[in-house]
Design a protein around this ligand. Structure first.
Ligand code: SAM
Length: 238
């Protein structure tokens, strides 16, 4: 992938009718209920390079409910950045819960670490600085890992999502969830390619392919929810 810096800096439009509606949702229903340390981490991230990459707080709110409904105890996250979704997950699993968190960027994780420590949830996190695929391959090779994860959150390089999916479907238990972030890509998935800026095209192509592949995968039930930048929730059924 060429020009990765430029691609990763890309800003996507909101997928709702207007920015005003997106603002209304977070200001009415999300920010007033957001945990204090999540709020502090979100605000800290706003001043960090590529600070727009954090998981949307409205998606976070939905993920919190899913984690609680699942009684999730063992989870895996691909794409940590400064740790908004990671801290959110850690706050919503029990004291003895565990999160395997994978990212190539330890520096960004360390920005969020003081907030994680302050929340008293660092012991739940096993952060692995690495590209995700070799770690997933290693996890899958150990039979004792198969079907043991309650929840997987995937928010990293979009063009690798289906490679991750093939591994994660084996690691997540039947009845467990896999949640893929940014699957509507600022609405670009329905734009003709020529109308999309060149910098956004690889993301658009990846999201379209992921949406098609997940829709055709009968090992999961799916719900492509228009929250944040699109969150596809998959429940493993086979
Ligand atoms: N979930 C995060 C949050 O709430 O702040 C945001 C994640 S951000 C959208 C994407 C992250 O994926 C970046 O931190 C990037 O370093 C990481 N990433 C990109 N390619 C990766 C790869 N091959 N393996 C692991 N992490 C990767």
């Amino acid at each position: 992938m060429e020009n990765i810096e430029e691609i990763m800096n890309a800003n996507f439009p909101v997928i709702l009718q207007s920015d005003k509606l997106a603002k209304y949702i977070v200001e009415t229903a999300v920010y007033p209920r957001e945990a204090q340390l999540l709020k502090e981490l979100r605000e800290r991230t706003e001043n960090y390079p590529r600070g727009n990459m954090g998981t949307s707080p409205d998606s976070g709110q939905l993920i919190s409910i899913l984690l609680k409904l699942l009684n999730a105890k063992k989870t895996i996250e691909i794409g940590v950045f400064t740790g908004y979704s990671l801290l959110l997950t850690a706050l919503n699993i029990p004291h003895d819960g565990k999160i395997t968190a994978i990212d190539i960027d330890r520096k960004a994780y360390e920005v969020g670490l003081p907030f994680i420590k302050k929340a008293g949830v660092e012991h739940k996190i096993d952060f692995i600085e690495s590209p995700a695929l070799p770690i997933l391959d290693k996890l899958v090779q150990d039979p004792s890992n198969l079907g043991t994860y309650d929840f997987a959150f995937i928010d990293a390089d979009k063009w690798s999502y289906m490679n991750y999916h093939e591994r994660l479907i084996k690691l997540v238990k039947v009845g467990g969830l896999l949640a893929y972030d940014d699957t509507l890509l600022g609405g670009f998935v329905v734009w003709p390619e020529e109308d999309v800026e060149a910098v956004h095209r690889p993301f658009r192509k990846a999201a379209i392919e992921v949406n098609q592949a997940l829709a055709n995968d009968h090992r999961v039930e799916i719900a492509l929810t228009p929250v944040g930048d699109g969150l596809t929730i998959c429940r493993r059924i086979a």
